[in-house]
Design a protein around this ligand. Structure first.
Ligand SMILES: Cc1cc2nc3c(=O)[nH]c(=O)nc-3n(C[C@H](O)[C@H](O)[C@H](O)COP(=O)(O)OP(=O)(O)OC[C@H]3O[C@@H](n4cnc5c(N)ncnc54)[C@H](O)[C@@H]3O)c2cc1C
Length: 453
C-alpha cells in the first residue's frame, strides 16, 4: 500500500520551515502525500528570527506570522527541545524517514585573530545578540559599564549591535525584550559607540534601510568623518553595478556633510580603519588600535603604517557568524558549511544517501531570511528528483507514531506546534499585563512549562 514520503528536517529556522513549505507545494504533496517532522533544539521554532533579528525590528519578526501558515498544516509536525544528535542521531533518523534535511543555521561568532581579542571586555556579537534577544542558554546579565565602545565590522549585525548599545533601555521597552534585558540596558553607560570598517563607504555591507534607520532614534547622533568618504575606480564600478551599495554610500555622504546635532549618544561610523590590536591593562580592554588604510584602485585597501589608539572600554566583534559541525556529516572548516551539490550532502565525492542541507549551514552565514527560500526550493527539488528516481532508501519504521514512541521511550521532554501556540499566548499575556504586545519568556524550563511540554 502506498505511503507518504517521510521527511525529517533538523532545525526549525526559516530555512527548515521554507523547506517544509516547498515540499508541501510540490507534486509529492498529492496522494499518498508527504509527512514532515521538524526537529528543533530550542523549545520554540523560528531560529534567528526569534534569537537573532533585533527586538526593535518588529516588521522582520512579523515574518513569523507568515511561517505560521506553513506550520499549521496537518502534514507537518514540530518537535521542539530536541537536539541532534543527543536526542536523535543520524541512524535514528534513517530508521524513521526516507530523507533528512539539515537546516541548523549558524549561531557562533567567527574568530578575529588580533592580539588582545581575548581580554575581558572583548565580546562576540553573537553572544550579545543572544543576550538581548532572550536566548535561554546564555547568562541573564551583560556587563554594560563601558562609556566608549568599539564595534568591529560593517554589516547589518554590526549595525544591530551598535544601535542596541546606543539606544536607551526605555526606547526598547515597547519591544518584546524581557525584564532582565531591559534592566541591563537601562543601566548601560555607553555614550559613544564607534563602528570600524577596514574599507570604504562603497564596500560597506549594510542594507540601505537598516543604515538609514540608525538615524531615526531621538537618542542617537550618527557621525561620519568627511575624510572617510573616498572612492577609487573599483569603488565607482561597485556603485554603478550595485544599487544597494550606491544607496549606502549616498547616505553616508549625506551624513558626512551635515552639522553634528545634540542627541545624547554619539554613534561614529569610521571607514579605512583596520583593527590591529585590542589594548589592555590588568587583563581588561582599555583601547583599540587601528591602522589607517587607503584604496589601491581596485576597491581593496592597503595599510598606510599610520596607527590610531582609540580609548574604549569594550570591543564587540561583528565579523560574521559560524556554523557548528554536525556529527556524522562532513564539514568544511574554512567556509563553516556542510559540503554539498545543490543541497545534496557530498562526502568523498558521493552523495551521502538521502541527506540534504539548506539555509546557512548550506550557503554560509550570509543573506537575509528571504534568501533561504531559494535555498530550500533548490534542495527540495533535488530531494524529490532522488525520490522519483528511486534513490531514497525506505526506512524500517515509516509510521508517524514510531518516532513519538521513540522519543517518549527515551523520556525526552519535547514541545509541539500546539505548544508554540500556548507559549505565544503566554508571552502575549505577559506583555498585555504591561501594555506591551509581547514579553519573551527566557528560561528553557519556563518555555517548556508554558508550552505544556
Ligand atoms: C544578528 C542577526 C540579525 C539578523 N537580522 C536580519 C534581519 O533583520 N532581516 C533578515 O532578513 N535577516 C536577518 N538576519 C539573517 C537571518 O537570520 C538568516 O538569513 C536566517 O535566519 C538563516 O536561516 P536558517 O534557517 O538557515 O538558520 P537559523 O535561523 O539559524 O535556524 C537554524 C535552526 O536550527 C536549530 N538548530 C541548530 N543546531 C541544531 C541541532 N543540532 N539540533 C536541532 N536543531 C538545531 C537552531 O536552534 C535554529 O532554530 C539576521 C541574522 C543575524 C545573525
Amino acid at each position: 500500500m502506498p505511503r507518504p514520503l517521510r521527511v525529517a528536517i533538523v532545525g526549525a529556522g526559516p530555512a527548515g520551515i521554507y523547506a517544509a513549505d516547498a515540499l508541501m507545494k510540490s507534486d509529492a504533496a498529492a496522494e499518498p502525500g508527504v509527512s514532515i517532522d521538524l526537529f528543533e533544539r530550542m523549545p520554540a521554532p523560528f531560529g534567528l528570527i526569534r534569537y537573532g533579528v533585533a527586538p526593535d525590528h518588529p516588521r522582520i519578526k512579523g515574518i513569523i506570522t507568515a511561517l505560521h501558515q506553513v506550520l499549521d498544516k496537518p502534514q507537518i509536525r514540530l518537535f521542539g527541545n530536541i537536539d541532534y544528535p543527543s536526542d536523535l542521531n543520524l541512524d535514528d533518523l534513517r530508521q524513521f524517514y526516507d530523507a533528512v534535511i539539515f537546516s541548523t543555521g549558524a549561531s557562533a561568532d567567527r574568530a578575529l585573530n588580533i592580539p588582545g581579542i581575548e581580554l575581558e571586555g572583548s565580546y562576540g556579537a553573537a553572544d550579545f545578540v543572544s543576550w538581548f534577544d532572550g536566548h535561554p542558554d546564555v547568562p541573564r546579565t551583560w556587563p554594560l559599564e563601558a562609556e566608549k565602545v568599539a564595534v568591529l565590522g560593517v554589516g547589518n549585525v554590526a549595525l544591530d549591535v551598535a544601535r542596541i548599545l546606543a539606544k536607551t533601555g526605555d526606547e526598547l521597552l515597547p519591544t518584546e525584550i524581557p525584564a532582565n534585558v531591559h534592566a541591563g540596558l537601562a543601566a548601560n553607560k555607553a555614550l559613544e559607540v564607534h563602528v570600524f570598517g577596514r574599507r570604504g563607504p562603497a564596500q560597506a555591507k549594510f542594507s540601505p534601510m537598516e543604515l538609514r534607520e540608525l538615524d531615526h532614534s531621538p537618542n542617537i547622533e550618527v557621525i561620519v568623518n568627511p575624510e572617510d568618504i573616498d572612492y577609487d575606480e573599483g569603488s565607482i564600478t561597485t556603485r554603478r553595478s550595485n544599487k544597494q551599495a550606491d544607496m549606502v554610500a549616498s547616505t553616508l555622504e549625506n551624513w558626512a556633510i551635515r552639522d553634528v546635532g545634540d542627541r545624547p549618544h554619539k554613534l561614529f561610523l569610521h571607514f579605512f580603519e583596520s583593527p590591529t590590536e585590542v589594548l589592555g591593562e590588568d587583563g581588561r580592554v582599555v583601547g583599540l588600535r587601528t591602522e589607517r588604510t587607503e584604496l589601491d584602485g581596485t576597491g581593496n585597501v592597503k595599510g598606510t603604517g599610520r596607527f590610531t589608539d582609540w580609548e574604549v572600554q569594550s570591543v564587540y566583534r561583528a565579523v560574521g557568524y559560524l556554523s557548528s559541525e554536525l556529527p556524522k556529516l562532513p564539514f568544511d572548516e574554512d567556509s563553516g558549511t556542510v559540503p554539498h551539490e545543490a543541497g545534496r550532502v557530498i562526502e568523498g565525492g558521493e552523495h551521502l544517501a538521502s541527506t540534504y542541507v539548506t539555509g546557512w549551514i548550506k550557503r554560509g552565514p550570509v543573506g537575509l531570511i528571504g534568501h533561504t527560500k531559494g535555498d530550500a526550493n533548490e534542495t527540495v527539488a533535488n530531494l524529490l528528483a532522488d525520490h522519483r528516481a528511486g534513490r531514497l532508501a525506505a526506512p524500517a519504521e515509516p509510521e508517524e507514531a514510531a518516532v513519538t514512541a521513540f522519543l517518549e521511550a527515551a523520556g525526552v521532554r519535547y514541545t509541539t506546534w500546539d505548544g508554540w501556540y500556548k507559549l505565544d499566548a503566554a508571552e502575549k499575556a505577559l506583555g498585555a499585563a504591561q501594555g506591551r504586545e509581547r514579553v519573551k519568556i527566557v528560561p528553557r524550563d519556563g518555555m517548556l512549562d508554558a508550552s505544556g511540554a
